[in-house]
Design a protein around this ligand. Structure first.
Ligand code: Z5A
Length: 235
């Protein structure tokens, strides 16, 4: 009887510890894809879902996520001055913003067991500045690594769709804003095609981390897939 009691208590303790560990498992999930792919929509749904499971969730974005990094965001997205903003400067601004973001926000959040959902991250630099702007890829990957400060995504959801569809969605969303200007959105179609191809190449290179989703599906269909992939990563 005493032995049975000890076994029962041990089992109870084991499950208690397991539950605690599962509950606190930090996860870094990044959302990538071409323009207008539906990332923000899915992030919002996923946040609600994870919170309903009792998890602490941080939603953040790149470029941005800290006050200083948001200043850099404003420059790379909206700068219109006479002095040119060189592609190399643009790259360094994205990496500077990331360095602030990883060190100040992402690393501490992960350390405390929070699930971090980040709208764009280092793969975007590879796709936009590396493939889109044709910058030196080896150097860029080293910079990416440096700016990530050890924050490597556990899971990356790549929302893939034809660029015409994404651009149309993005255009429709800002149609009511009279003076909308966005340096990257304004790039030509072949730039955006290189970006899409580059994302798909990253997914082929790192199939364990990067999962490709067909972003032409409905919001509900997409979310069912997102939920499945995230549940898998949590278990
Ligand atoms: N960038 C870079 O160059 N280098 C880097 O290192 C990093 C970023 C980190 C950030 O822009 C820019 O910075 C981005 C890359 C560059 N530029 N570009 N081009 P941003 O943050 O302002 O925008 P974005 O990341 O490109 O996302 P977005 O255009 O705002 O789209 P989204 O978040 O993926 O989609 P959404 O807002 O959820 O949905 C767009 C619209 O489609 C909206 O009206 C929805 O209601 C609709 N929608 C959403 N899902 C669906 C489905 N499934 N079907 C139909 N309609 C849908």
């Amino acid at each position: 009887m005493a032995n049975e009691c000890i076994v029962y208590s041990c089992k109870f303790l084991f499950y208690l510890i397991l539950e605690h560990v599962m509950e606190r498992k930090a996860l870094f999930i990044t959302f990538e894809g071409p323009e207008g792919a539906g990332k923000s929509t899915q992030i919002k749904l996923l946040k609600e879902y994870l919170e309903s499971l009792g998890r602490q969730v941080l939603v953040t974005r790149e470029p941005g996520g800290t006050p200083l990094a948001e200043d850099f965001r404003n420059i790379v997205k909206h700068y219109q001055g006479e002095e040119p903003l060189f592609p190399a400067t643009e790259l360094l601004l994205f990496e500077a913003a990331r360095t602030q973001h990883t060190n100040y926000v992402i690393a501490p959040a992960l350390k405390s067991g929070t699930i971090v959902l980040c709208d764009r991250f280092a793969d975007s630099t590879e796709a936009y500045q590396g493939a889109g702007r044709s910058l030196d890829m080896d150097f860029l990957l080293k910079l990416n690594n440096f700016a990530m400060a050890g924050c490597k995504p556990d899971l990356t959801l790549l929302f893939d769709l034809p660029i015409e569809v994404g651009m149309e969605r993005a255009r429709a969303r800002v149609a009511h804003i009279a003076d909308h200007n966005d340096r990257l959105e304004a790039e030509k179609m072949d730039f955006h095609q290189r970006v899409r191809d580059s994302f798909l190449a990253i997914a082929r290179r790192e199939p364990e981390r990067v999962k490709v989703l067909d972003a032409t599906q409905s919001i509900e269909e997409l979310f069912a897939e997102v939920k499945g992939l995230v549940n898998n990563a949590l278990s």
